[in-house]
Design a binder for this molecule. Sequence first.
Ligand SMILES: Nc1ncnc2c1ncn2[C@@H]1O[C@H](COP(=O)(O)OP(=O)(O)OP(=O)(O)O)[C@@H](O)[C@H]1O
Ligand SMILES: [Mg+2]
Length: 336
Amino acid sequence: MEELLNISNLKTQFFTKKGIVPAVDGVSITISKGSVVGIVGESGCGKSMTAMSVMQLIQKPGKITDGKIVLQGENLLKYSKEQMRNVRGDKISMIFQEPMTALNPVYTVGKQVTEAITIHHREKSREEAKEKTLEIFRAVGIPEPEKRFYSYPHQLSGGLRQRVMIGMAMVCNPKLMIADEPTTALDVTIEAQILSLMKNLQKERGTSILLITHNLGVVAEICDYVYVMYAGKIMEQANAFELFKNTAHQYTDGLMKSIPKITAQKQQLYNIRGMVPNLMRLPKGCRFCPRCEKAMPRCFEQEPPLYRVKSEYGDEGHYVRCFLHENSEVKEDEQP
Ligand SMILES: Nc1ncnc2c1ncn2[C@@H]1O[C@H](COP(=O)(O)OP(=O)(O)OP(=O)(O)O)[C@@H](O)[C@H]1O
Ligand SMILES: [Mg+2]
């Protein structure tokens, strides 16, 4: 499939008084045209900072220190501020977890979306922009759009606000939509509706989606390919189906087991033992080994590379950063 965005060896660090925090530590991610790619991992592992790096919205004391972010053949890290503003308005848009912070409380949602349309399509008259807003509201499933047009953000439910945000993100017909935990603030039924809405937009318009979540259930729902991130690094990556069927990394396995299962009588909860390490004091060797149930002495000494392993599903490759898979690595001449 044709490549849309390629992040390679991205490093984003925070230069704090206490020391350097390597929030994103050499991450490589590829997004093909029209695909839905997920990033999963526990809180603090660098998911949002990866997204913010792509948007170049990292605030001081943070800085992108290495890597490339190539969108349709052009390295965005070489772009000027002005060029980046255009990329953000035109090619990549981002949806955040809490839409209340992204919407302006003093204007009606209709006005805000209309405004966004006039910025993008200067040729459109006010009436045309309003008509287009109503069209978008219908497309994202907002009931009674003519009435909702005049609502202020606080008058809408969380789910409706998120629909407005998705509508706003679609105004420029972006090539890529980055959604950072877009459904965590919502209850499960509404979450399912928002996810299927995003999936539809992807299908109908061919928009690629980078979906950030700590919920593997959400990943299973809509992602084609998944990156599992831990303490700033990718630990495993595979086709979503492959990841569930042939989980290779102990960390991914822990995340799978942590998906709440409701059995007939009780809700079972599993937690990966130990805690996410302080990024300023990462353990030597594999950063996950202090929590790993299968750690070997070597894991405490050396950092494993990403090994490509055999995969049953998808042809994009299944990679795992773990010495346990060293011997199952697929070499170039025997690639599946
Ligand atoms: N302003 C800052 N100063 C210092 N360190 C920071 C700053 N902002 C982020 N970090 C570091 O970056 C790391 C990654 O943060 P990030 O927001 O990307 O995590 P996340 O995976 O999105 O977590 P969550 O699931 O909670 O949203 C954090 O663990 C933190 O150590
Ligand atoms: Mg985050």
